[in-house]
Design a protein around this ligand. Structure first.
Ligand code: UTP
Length: 474
């Protein structure tokens, strides 16, 4: 134990050393166990570079627009899209794809007490985000007659609630060995001014999830990369919990990824305007990267091409295909994703053990981002999708990217698909659908499937759920 206290002092963590030294018995053992698990050398480096050094991250390199497979416009484009779809479908039929849901976030902006996946987003049924993603997984399994193992990344903060919910919902009817939650890693929050590691209780560190970039290391740590290999998986398809419109294991993306020989691929949509707070896929010093909106200077965010379009238009919707061999290489030692700093309000205890509830941001959290693997890939593919078809995230309690905007977009997509299938959709004078409609992914994953399966003579006379007879719980 004196060793541990000395190691803390050696790494500039005097206050935590004193706090540990001042504890006794089980409380001391609990805090010691948490401190043992820290990489103090790494934290010292991060404090030096990202906290005491003024917080500046390395200046971005030379920026250029990304090369993107645009939405198909010409016959040649459509032909390319068909080939991609076929290649993706073949990979799905072979069982070479794993679906990985990132659900370890804290969802602080939404302010929902339970894990975000339990948020009842659906405008008519009130079904949860987890249930929606599960229905998509089930639909893809049925369509391609494949095993599509579904891995869900949780955090220590929401793991238990997530597992309980999955169990309560009977894993949404999916085979239990195909639904696999796993916990991501954590990092301690440090004081914004001093770099001291904070404690949330006298005998507990203030730990938080290490960012969605923790995905690959967590998969490796839990032996899941090996499991994927033994299942014959080649492509890891990642998506975020907060997007109810997301297309899970969309064959076109998988196909573009495979045909392009990519190690990592991304989906983008056109930004609504220069100021939309969305990371863009671009090139940095010639390598593909996502540049966060906060790192894109205004004059670049507003830069236009000769045709008037935004130069940096390609907003990332955080859907990626990652080659399994690339994930193994990234986690095999030697390569590491960089940490970023996030300045947040963190409740903690002071030296006397009293709780401090800060009114202003007081702490730095360290996070890695999954998209930081892009520049490490030899080859990448970036594919454009239509926003209204695939992206409407629930981030904020109200306004843009909120439950209200997502409910509107879910209903608008359903109305478009119905209209394309020849069903009359009553609309208000502004063109918005009069009644919300939900289409269960197990009925239709796309407009073509809906057109084949829509009940004959369907009349939309009020809020409607179109789905298989019996909806699973959740
Ligand atoms: P966000 O960047 O929106 O973060 O995560 P968040 O923590 O969910 O929400 P705020 O910022 O506190 O409001 C984008 C996606 O990445 C996942 C989230 O669950 C979401 O699907 N994520 C984020 C993780 O899985 N782990 C993390 O450590 C962070």
């Amino acid at each position: 134990m004196p060793d541990l206290v000395r190691r803390l002092r050696d790494h500039g963590q005097e206050r935590l050393a004193d706090a540990l030294d001042g504890l006794e018995g089980p409380a001391r053992a609990r805090l010691a166990a948490q401190v043992q698990a820290l990489d103090l050398g790494q934290i010292q480096g991060l404090v030096r570079d990202l906290v005491l050094g003024g917080g500046g991250e390395a200046a971005p390199g030379e920026l250029g627009p990304a090369e993107v497979v645009r939405l198909p416009r010409t016959d040649a484009d459509r032909d390319r899209e068909r080939r991609a779809r076929e290649a993706g479908e073949e990979a799905l039929r072979e069982g070479a794809v794993a679906a990985v849901l990132l659900a370890g976030g804290q969802g602080t902006r939404l302010g929902f007490a339970a894990p975000k996946g339990m948020f009842p987003f659906a405008p008519v049924s009130g079904r949860t985000l987890f249930a929606q993603h599960a229905a998509s997984v089930e639909a893809v399994r049925a369509r391609y007659g494949c095993d599509l193992p579904w891995y869900l990344m949780t955090s220590p903060q929401n793991d238990e609630d997530t597992r309980e919910f999955l169990a309560d919902c009977g894993s949404f009817g999916l085979p239990p060995d195909s639904v696999q939650p796993f916990v991501q890693g954590t990092m301690p929050a440090v004081d914004l001014r001093t770099g001291d590691i904070l404690r949330e209780a006298p005998d507990r560190l203030a730990l938080s999830p290490d960012g969605h970039g923790g995905l690959l290391a967590a998969l490796r740590r839990h032996g899941l990369l090996d499991e994927m290999r033994s299942r014959g998986i080649r492509v890891i398809y990642t998506f975020q919990v907060d997007n109810p419109l997301v297309r899970v294991a969309r064959p076109e993306l998988i196909g573009h990824h495979l045909l392009g020989g990519a190690q990592m691929s991304s989906v983008v949509v056109a930004k609504t305007g220069p100021s939309e707070r969305m990371g863009v896929v671009a090139t940095v010093d010639g390598r593909t990267a996502v540049v966060e909106y906060s790192d894109l200077p205004d004059e670049l965010a507003e830069a236009r091409e000769p045709d008037g379009g935004l130069r940096y238009w390609a907003g990332s919707i955080a859907v990626h295909c990652i080659d399994l061999a690339f994930a193994e290489r990234l986690t095999g030692g030697g390569l590491a994703l960089p940490f970023h700093r996030a300045v947040k309000k963190v409740r903690h205890v002071d030296d006397s053990g009293s709780v401090v509830d800060p009114a202003e941001p007081n702490a730095v959290k360290f996070e890695t981002f999954i998209f930081d693997a892009l520049p490490l890939a030899e080859r990448t593919v970036t594919v454009e999708a239509e926003r209204g078809e695939e992206f409407s995230p629930i981030k904020n309690a109200e306004g843009a990217d909120s439950p209200a905007s997502a409910a509107r977009d879910v209903a608008a997509r359903a109305a478009r698909w119905l209209a394309a299938a020849g069903v009359a959709v009553p609309r208000d004078p502004d063109g918005a659908p009069l009644h919300p409609v939900e289409i269960d992914p197990r009925l239709a994953l796309d407009p073509g499937e809906l057109a084949e399966r829509v009940p004959p003579g369907l009349v939309i006379g009020g809020p409607t759920i179109l789905g298989p007879e019996r909806l699973p719980r959740g």
